[in-house]
Design a protein around this ligand. Sequence first.
Ligand SMILES: Cc1cc2nc3c(=O)[nH]c(=O)nc-3n(C[C@H](O)[C@H](O)[C@H](O)COP(=O)(O)OP(=O)(O)OC[C@H]3O[C@@H](n4cnc5c(N)ncnc54)[C@H](O)[C@@H]3O)c2cc1C
Length: 405
Amino acid sequence: MAPRRDPKNVQAWLIGSGVASLAAAVHLVKQAKVPADQVHILDVHHASGGAMEVSGNSKDGYIYHTGAQPYFQEECVTNLLTMVPDPGHPGKTLWEVIKEHEREQGVDFRFNVMVTDLKSYPSSDPTTISEIVLQENGHELLITVDPIDIVIVTLGSVASGMQTGSNLKSPPPPSLSPDSLEHGEWSLWQKLEKQSRKFGNPSNFSSRLSESLVETFTITLRDSDFMKYYTKLTGDKPGTGALLTVMESPWGLNISVPHQPVFATQPKNVHVIWGYALHPERKGKYVEKSMVSCSGKEIFCEILSHLGFPTDPLLSSSITIPCIMPLGTSMLLSRSHHDRPSVIPHETTNLGLIGQYVEIHGDAACSLEYSVRGAQMAVFNLMGLSHGPPKVGKNKFLEVLEELL
Ligand SMILES: Cc1cc2nc3c(=O)[nH]c(=O)nc-3n(C[C@H](O)[C@H](O)[C@H](O)COP(=O)(O)OP(=O)(O)OC[C@H]3O[C@@H](n4cnc5c(N)ncnc54)[C@H](O)[C@@H]3O)c2cc1C
C-alpha cells in the first residue's frame, strides 16, 4: 500500500463518470478528506452515469439500458449509500443524487472530454503518471500530474457502441468497429497496454462481439393489466421475484419486473419493466425475425405470446424501447490470467484502475458492487488509509456446496 498522502495537497483525476468514478469521488471526499474542489471527474459524455444513465418519460417511454438494480448483500454499495443524501430525492435517480451532492460539495465535473493517453515514467517499466492527454472541443490539452497526485481510470465501458431503437423501429446496427474502438473510450486502455502488459489486455473484452452482444428493452405500460397477469402467472408481486427466464424463447429472453415506481417521475398508473436477451441474432418463435431487426412493439409481441397474455390491448397501451449493447456481457468473457489488470498495477505509485474489467479476487463482475468495490480499493490504497472495503462475501450457494463436499 502507498504511504499516507496528505489530502490537502492531492489533486485527484478521475477518468469516467459512471458509478465507479462517482463512488471513488465520494470516498475521496468523505473518507480520505480530499477537498472536493481537488477532485476532478472527466467523461466523454455530456452527463454522468455511464452504462446506468437513464432517460425518457411516461409519454414517450422510459429507457434504462442496463438492469441498474442493486443486488442483495452488496456491502460496498450499502457503505457508499450511507455517505450520500437520501436517494428518495424527488425526480432524480440515485446517480443524479450522488452527482448533485458531489457538485454541491465542489467536485469539478468536466464533460465532453475524451482522455486519450497517460504519460508515465520510466519508459522501461511505467510506475508514475506524469501527464494526462485529453481532447476537448477539438483541441489536444495536457494536464500535469505531480507524483503526489492520483489518477483513477475507469477502463473501457460496457455501453460502448450501444444503439437505441423505438417502439416502431429496430435499433440501427451496432456502431462498434475497430476504428471507433481506436478513437473511443477503449483507446486509452489500448494505449496503456502498449506501455506495459501489467495494464491488461483490452482486446480480449472488446473484440468478441458475437459472444458479448446482448439486446435489452424497457417497456413502459400505461395501465396495470400486465402486472395483474404477471402476478397471476408467477405468484410474485413486482420487485419480489427473481428474473423471469422464458425457457422456450430462441432469443434467450429474461424479464425483470421491479418494484414500482422505477423512475421518480413515473405516474401511479404507469409501470416500467425491463429485460434482456442473450441471443438476439436468432429468429423468434412467434415473430419470425431476428430480435435485432425487430421494433420494440414486435419484441413485446413475442414476449406476450410466450407468456400467453392478450397481445392487442397490451401492445396498444405500451411503449417498448430496444437497445443493442455490443459489449453487454464482455466483462464475463473467458480470459487469461493477465487480461484483467490489478486495481493498483504492480509497482505503480499514483494510478488506480477501476470498473468492470479489473481483477478483484473472489468477486463477480456485472454488478454495481464490483465497480464500487474497485473504487474503494483504489482510494484506500492510493491515499494510504488504514482499512479498505470489507472482504468479498462468500457466495451462499458455494458455501452450502463446500459444506456438502
Ligand atoms: C445488460 C446489463 C445489465 C446489468 N444489470 C445490472 C443490475 O441489474 N445490477 C447491477 O448491479 N449491475 C448491473 N449491470 C452492471 C452495471 O451496468 C455496471 O456495473 C456499471 O454500469 C459499471 O459502471 P462503471 O462506472 O464501472 O462503468 P460505465 O458505466 O461503463 O462508466 C464508464 C464511464 O467512463 C467513461 N470513460 C471511459 N474511458 C474514458 C476516457 N478515456 N475518456 C473519457 N471518458 C471515459 C465512459 O464513457 C463511461 O461514461 C448490468 C450491465 C449490463 C450490461
